[in-house]
Design a protein around this ligand. Structure first.
Ligand SMILES: *Cc1c(COP(=O)(O)O)cnc(C)c1O
Length: 361
């Protein structure tokens, strides 16, 4: 059945490495002689504790997480973090800076406004979020409790190519759609958060890397489950964590290790994206949505000569085994999400398909 799999270009949930799925399948009824599935285990059991600790250790090693930072395995999605971040951090000065470069940072911005005074430090709305503002365009408030941005704009297909300099104001970043795809200097950040379903694991797990000293200053009405301190003190086990997803993350991290870790993956994913952008740039019918210099290596947004032709492209691509290429309604056209688990071969074949379509239409 593995040979009937399609190349799934979904923005999320998205492809997982075949090897990971096969390993999970082999272990699904009896995990390593325990006589039960990981889905059936107590989160306090010895067997699961080992899975949890190993996954944490692998994640810390691969992401190079320094001392003084905690890695949390939470629920509620990246969207839950849109509330959790201001609830826990804004109390310091009552103010925060937000860079609005797409759909998700805009939602995060609107949510944060409930809890304090939010300064839009930069916005790319003037050009329908087709670019990332430069460092010298950021209007920074030195009194901000934190500076918030979204590293990769999943819907618009843009990606920050630099880490903002904020003069000591803690950086908070949504890395949902590009975590584990490029090296990150964690020590530059206060909080990094990501929903798992793009580049890490099935939906249901949210990974947070937090500088410990930032926790414990939450607003007084912060819900128990949204308090970083609660989760740090209980090592993400205040309540039942998303056990199965944590196990799956562990398998994905083993696979990532085999790809040469994050530096290895960076080369692979950049090569895939470059191949696709080169194909689109040299095609007659196609144009990319994002400006050069801001283009995402994870979500490639593009369009053909018109809406009718876009629809034809998507239809024919689907029939040929390339699924979920229709773009988000905010952007139109097409979007190919080529996360870590998309095989190089999938992108090569899509490029062939694009070239043929370009010739025949
Ligand atoms: C998918 C996505 C989200 C939303 O994630 P949920 O886990 O569904 O809440 C937020 N930010 C980015 C960058 C995303 O790609």
């Amino acid at each position: 059945m593995a040979n009937q799999r399609v190349y799934n270009f979904s923005a999320g949930p998205s492809m997982l490495p075949l090897k990971v799925l096969e390993r999970a399948g082999a272990e699904i009824t009896n995990y390593q002689g325990s006589g039960m599935s990981v889905m059936e285990m107590s989160h306090r059991s010895k067997v699961f504790d080992q899975i949890f600790q190993d996954t944490q250790a692998k994640f810390r090693r691969l992401m190079n997480v320094p001392e003084g930072y905690k890695v949390l395995f939470l629920q509620g999605g990246a969207s839950g973090q849109f509330s959790m971040i201001p609830l826990n951090l804004i109390g310091k000065t009552g103010k925060a800076d937000y860079a609005v470069t797409g759909n998700f940072s805009n939602i995060a911005y609107k949510e944060a406004k409930k809890y304090g005074t939010i300064n839009v430090a930069a916005s790319s709305e003037d050009k329908n979020h087709t670019y990332i503002p430069a460092q010298d365009q950021l209007k920074l408030d030195p009194e901000a409790s934190y500076f918030y941005y979204c590293a990769n704009n999943t819907i618009y297909g843009t990606e920050w190519q630099y880490v903002p300099e904020t003069g000591g104001v803690p950086l908070v970043c949504d890395m949902s759609s590009d975590i584990l795809s490029r090296p990150v200097d964690v020590s530059k950040y206060g909080i990094i958060m990501a929903g798992a379903q793009k580049n890490m694991a099935p939906a249901g797990l949210t990974v947070v890397i937090i500088k410990e000293e930032l926790a414990g200053h939450e607003l007084p009405y912060t819900p128990l489950m949204m308090n970083y301190k609660t989760m740090i003190d209980k090592d993400s086990m205040y309540n039942t964590p998303p056990c199965w997803c944590i196990y799956m993350l562990g398998l994905v991290l083993d696979w990532l290790d085999e790809q040469g870790g994050i530096p290895g993956m960076e080369a692979i994913k950049h090569n895939k994206a470059q191949m696709l952008y080169d194909t689109l740039d040299s095609a007659r019918l196609f144009t990319c949505a994002a400006e050069k210099g801001s283009r995402s290596d994870m979500n490639v947004t593009f369009r053909s000569a018109g809406e009718e032709l876009d629809a034809k492209f998507v239809k024919e691509a689907t029939a040929a085994g390339f699924t979920n290429l229709k773009g988000h309604r905010n952007v139109g056209g097409m979007r190919a999400s080529i996360y870590n688990a998309m095989p190089v071969e999938g992108v090569e074949k899509l490029c062939d398909f694009i070239r043929d379509f370009d010739k025949n239409n």
